[in-house]
Design a protein. Sequence first.
Length: 408
Amino acid sequence: MDQNSLQTKFFQKELEVNALMEITQAVNNNLPEEDLYKIFEFTLRANLQMEKLSLFVMEEDWECKVQFGTSQDFTQVKMGQTCLSARKITYIDQMDLDVSCFEEFEIIIPVLHKDRLLAFVFVKSKGPEINVDTTFIQALSNIMLVAIENKRLARKQLEQQALQRDMEIAKNVQNYLFPKDLPNNDKIHIEAYYQPCRTVGGDYYDYITLEQDDQFVVCIADVSGKGIPAAILMSNFQAVLRTISRTADNPVSVVNELNYHLCKNANRENFITFFLAVYDYKKKDLRYINAGHNPPLLMNGKPEVEKLTVGTTVLGAFEPLPFIEMGRVEDLDKFSLFLFTDGLTETFNKAEEEFGSERLEEFLQANYNTPLSELHSKLLAELYNFSEERNFTDDLTFLSCRVNNASV
């Protein structure tokens, strides 16, 4: 090899080393992905004798991120299976291409990292006597793409951490929706259980004493959807309910007002199933409206179940409501009321059989005299046993209310 050839080769290697140092410095400076691709393109165009180049990188699909000198716009081209199957540097004319436009290149260079495919580089030299340094191209591509992937992973981790913080905030906010203290005295005892299938959920229950001390409201609701959007909608719903319910002992007016605000705020894109009941200690009656919710189960002094079904359709779908009727149960002095969302009855086992309302009714009848805290523990054990400890696929909420008004 003559001195001129040696000098040319030395000069070329010096350019390549400088190029590797430049891309490494750019990575260390944490430059954006777009800048790294520009440096990659400039380096290869300036330092190597290449006429054409196209770099395909896997994101959600294979995308052309860098190209120059090509007659085809490869950002609009899908890679064929022939190119995707390449795992070593291959001459294009040795491949049976299923996408003919790649014939304008000479070589396909797969870029791998720990046996994982990161990219493909297609190149063509400026002349038949010029050899492209494929090893250098592989090394340069590998440094850049591993850095880009690490940046994406770091960004995704930060996004997940931010989402987790948002979810924790939403969870804390949602916890304020539920009553902190449920009554437990000789006259009334209420126990409730709530478990979202995600960090936050769309179920809600409440107990509210009215300004008339001889009445109280008990209710349960389930918003369509899950996660943060459902939790936000439910928080708005709870705020309206709390505002209007303390002075309104008429369930019809309360439900109509709730429906109006829900249609206005949710643009009729979401709906809520809802059950609301008002008990009057003096009149010993229960007035209620069931708005498309799972019928609560009433046991009036004995282990016989009555389903509370009278009411209207779901809230948030129609304004005004197409129909509404108030249910009433009289002569109630000692009774039990069990409210729940469909996450309970729609608990499935491995055979895809649901727990169902019939099993729930049988359970409540068999445990009619069981203390409420024990009742809920036994019900949860029953559900876990039935589902064979599978994770619940929906929010799980239920509330038990026992009233002893016989002496009033």
